[in-house]
Design a protein around this ligand. Structure first.
Ligand SMILES: Cc1cc2nc3c(=O)[nH]c(=O)nc-3n(C[C@H](O)[C@H](O)[C@H](O)COP(=O)(O)OP(=O)(O)OC[C@H]3O[C@@H](n4cnc5c(N)ncnc54)[C@H](O)[C@@H]3O)c2cc1C
Length: 415
């Protein structure tokens, strides 16, 4: 049997929200309403993300992504140091990197387009209060309206209002360092062209952090960009203000943080990579403080959490978007196969809570190894790099996201 019918609300209309709305609609909900507080489209605020090949194939089989979404093939992650190198640095070694890179904006737009027209996707709609009831959930909106649903999916990101209504009410914990991010149009990259292969994720190492750069498609599938993410701790004087901050969007990054970034780049980067980073102007550089969060339970009563509302990982695991999409595939299966809402929530909770904890724990390990307690990178060779990575990435069991398990093949077969 299936939990057919009913009213399902999804709070948040980003990656997790669009995917969860798709899941609820496919599983047969009578009515699905998405509340997204941002009035316009979300697509222009994102940059790049990477999806591991095996995880992509599972999500494609489940019908949440397809080959039409523009992507760039990545195969190898090279590790570089300035010491003893030429203009582009010295290669310490390389590791396999079987990922597809995406433009965040196109991925969101494609998912948004998959949400059926029957779903009521409301923009500029902020949920202010979530009231769990014995057999449903009440939502109070910022405009004063109140609505009641059989099930509410919290896909409202790392400061989730839905999570705050659960008993755990866990809050994100600042990881102690930041990510500076930006992009450079591929046709503006410094020479020589051989410095950096198309399918390469280049990692520039330095004491106390690193920068990873890889190519991504342009926002509308037009052109190619190089996406970079630079991780290190802020100067001590800037740290207190960042503990509670959300991300600092382009144009709002402080002089102190820009100067810190520039000083680290000048001191530690090979000349090619200094030139590369400087091609992103200040008004297009943004900063994200990093957090850890994993709820003990993804489901409680008639509330379920998905994506960053349930578990926030530092980006080193390459699995933020994958995790959100996996949550949706499992939610769809749970709703289809359960005979009651309670059974569906329990099934979803049992599968996703453990997955969330595993990926957050790996992100902490990778953060320690690559930022908080960096090795003597310059002393490493290929063998030492492989050994260090095996330990840091815990044998890669969860790197790029956990394997998605479900009985049988493709959840869409019984539609
Ligand atoms: C504009 C934007 C750009 C991003 N760009 C990137 C990127 O380039 N690379 C990358 O790896 N990750 C990016 N992320 C983060 C990435 O989407 C997440 O880490 C991951 O994909 C999980 O997404 P999510 O849907 O769970 O959370 P989020 O993407 O954070 O989405 C949460 C959504 O909930 C909405 N919301 C929050 N509270 C309420 C409320 N009370 N009522 C109604 N709506 C609410 C927010 O407006 C937001 O759209 C971006 C997120 C956003 C919102």
């Amino acid at each position: 049997m299936t939990v057919h019918g009913g009213r399902v609300a999804v709070v948040g209309g980003s990656i997790a929200g669009c995917a969860a709305a798709l899941a609820a609609a496919r599983a047969g909900a009578d009515e699905v309403v998405v509340y997204e507080r941002t009035p316009g489209g979300l697509q222009d605020r994102g940059v790049g993300l990477a999806v591991r090949d095996e995880r992509y194939r599972e999500l494609e089989a489940a019908g949440y992504v397809d080959a039409a979404m523009p992507w760039v093939r990545l195969t190898t992650r090279t590790w570089l140091t300035r010491d003893g190198g030429d203009r582009a640095g010295r290669r310490l070694g390389e590791l396999p990197f079987p990922f597809r890179s995406y433009n965040w904006g196109s991925l969101w737009r494609e998912l948004r387009a998959r949400v059926p027209a029957s779903v009521d996707y409301r923009q500029g709609a902020t949920v202010e209060q979530v009231v769990p009831e014995p057999d449903g959930v009440g939502l109070r909106l910022a405009d004063g309206r109140e609505e009641r649903f059989d099930l509410v999916v919290g896909a409202d990101g790392y400061r989730s209002a839905v999570r705050a209504a659960t008993r755990a009410a866990t809050v994100p914990v600042y990881a102690g360092y930041l990510a500076w991010r930006g992009t450079v149009p591929a046709d503006a990259l410094p020479g020589p062209r051989t410095a950096w292969a198309e399918d390469e994720a280049a990692t520039v190492t330095f004491p106390g952090g690193h920068m990873i750069a890889y190519r991504i498609p342009g926002a509308h599938g037009v052109g190619t960009f190089a996406n970079w993410v630079f991780y290190t701790a802020p100067p001590p004087s800037a740290a207190p203000a960042l503990r509670e901050a959300t991300s600092l969007p382009p144009g709002t990054v402080t002089d102190e943080l820009m100067a810190h970034h520039a000083a680290v780049v000048e001191r530690h980067f090979p000349p090619y990579w200094q030139e590369f980073v400087r091609l992103t102007p200040r008004e297009r550089t943004f900063v994200q403080p990093l957090y850890d969060l994993a709820v003990p339970h993804y489901g409680e009563g008639r509330l379920v959490l998905a994506g960053d509302a349930a578990a926030v990982t530092r980006p080193h695991t390459g699995s933020g978007a994958v995790k959100a999409l996996q949550d949706a595939t499992v939610l769809e299966r749970a709703l289809r196969s359960a005979t009651s809402w309670d059974e569906a929530v329990r099934a979803y909770d049992a599968e996703r809570s453990a997955a969330g904890l595993a990926v957050v724990e790996l992100a902490r390990r990778l953060g320690r190894a690559q930022v908080e307690a960096t090795p003597d990178w310059a002393a490493m060779d290929q063998g030492a790099l492989e050994q260090w990575w095996r330990e840091a990435a815990d044998g890669e069991r969860v790197f790029g996201g956990q394997e998605l398990k479900w009985p049988g093949r493709g959840v869409r077969e019984d539609r």
